[in-house]
Design a protein around this ligand. Structure first.
Ligand code: A2H
Length: 255
């Protein structure tokens, strides 16, 4: 990718209820009892958090549960937990304390609370293109403004049996959160339809769609919802990031 460090916003999605498989492996771990456990997603678009409809993990990836302090546990990749420890988020700087390990596949169907979203509970679902070397390995899904998130959700709706999910977990509709002059208020679905993108395997077209939707949203988008409704996206972005941080629902994460 580019030169220099990437600045993400870490988003805390609190676990409300484990999937059956996660419950079987993590339910008996003493060190997790009475803790606030969060899946940590890394985003470049904090202003889109009003439109979260689900959360994605890679089924083949390994995740850890890391002790942050006496009350909080973060679920993310080891690589990102180590970065967080060196960025001062653990009680002891640079020290990574892994409580347990879990495969992405076991997390599918876990219910989490996405900060700022209209939906107060959403599900963890599988995405094929989650890479281990970027962010936390957890991607929060905003299908209104991310072509990857939208087309993956469409795949899951169409082929729920193949992806081994309950159809109700993928039944959350995209939320209009940003208005754009060229692609309306659901830019990602609109551009995916215009480009006839059929699945998350259409990587080349998806890369183009991502670029188009990103530029249009960032330079010409206006917030339709939330604390900074009516403001241009460029202005809202740092304001929403700061709001998430001051609420304790997010933090700066770089790599
Ligand atoms: B973005 P960059 Cl609305 N694997 O957040 C694959 N994708 C990952 C990832 C991983 N390990 N970690 C983070 N990401 C996604 C919101 C969003 C994002 C919108 C629109 C575009 C967009 C909601 N999903 O990203 O290459 C995360 O999704 C377009 C690239 O470091 C993160 O921001 O810029 C973005 O990719 C970071 O990718």
């Amino acid at each position: 990718e580019g030169v220099g460090p990437q600045e993400y916003t870490g988003i805390k999605l609190q676990v409300i209820e484990w999937s059956e498989e996660a419950q079987n492996t993590l339910g008996s771990v003493k060190e997790l009892e009475n803790k606030n456990i969060y899946l940590i997603a890394a985003t470049m678009r904090p202003e889109t958090m009003y439109g979260q409809t689900n959360c994605y993990v890679g089924t083949g990836l390994n995740y850890g549960l890391y002790k942050i302090n006496e009350t909080d546990v973060f679920l993310c990749t080891y690589r990102s937990a180590r970065n967080m420890a060196f960025q001062g988020y653990t009680s002891e700087r640079g020290v990574v304390h892994q409580i347990a390990e879990v495969k992405g596949a076991a997390l599918i169907g876990t219910k989490v609370r996405p900060p700022l979203s209209k939906y107060d509970q959403v599900y963890v679902l599988p995405m094929e293109n989650v890479i281990t070397t970027k962010g936390t390995g957890v991607v929060t899904s905003v299908p209104s403004d991310s072509p990857d998130d939208y087309i993956t959700l469409q795949d899951l709706k169409k082929k729920s049996a193949y992806y081994k999910i309950d159809p109700s977990w993928a039944a959350f509709d995209p939320i209009p959160i940003i208005d754009t002059p060229t692609y309306g208020n659901l830019a990602a679905p609109t551009v995916c339809q215009q480009k006839k993108i059929n699945s998350q395997k259409d990587r080349v077209q998806l890369t183009e769609a991502k670029e188009i939707v990103y530029k249009e949203g960032f330079y010409n988008g206006v917030m339709l919802i939330g604390d900074f409704k009516g403001k241009p996206v460029q202005e809202a972005k740092p304001l929403v990031r700061d709001l998430l941080i001051s609420n304790g629902q997010g933090f700066l994460y770089s790599e």
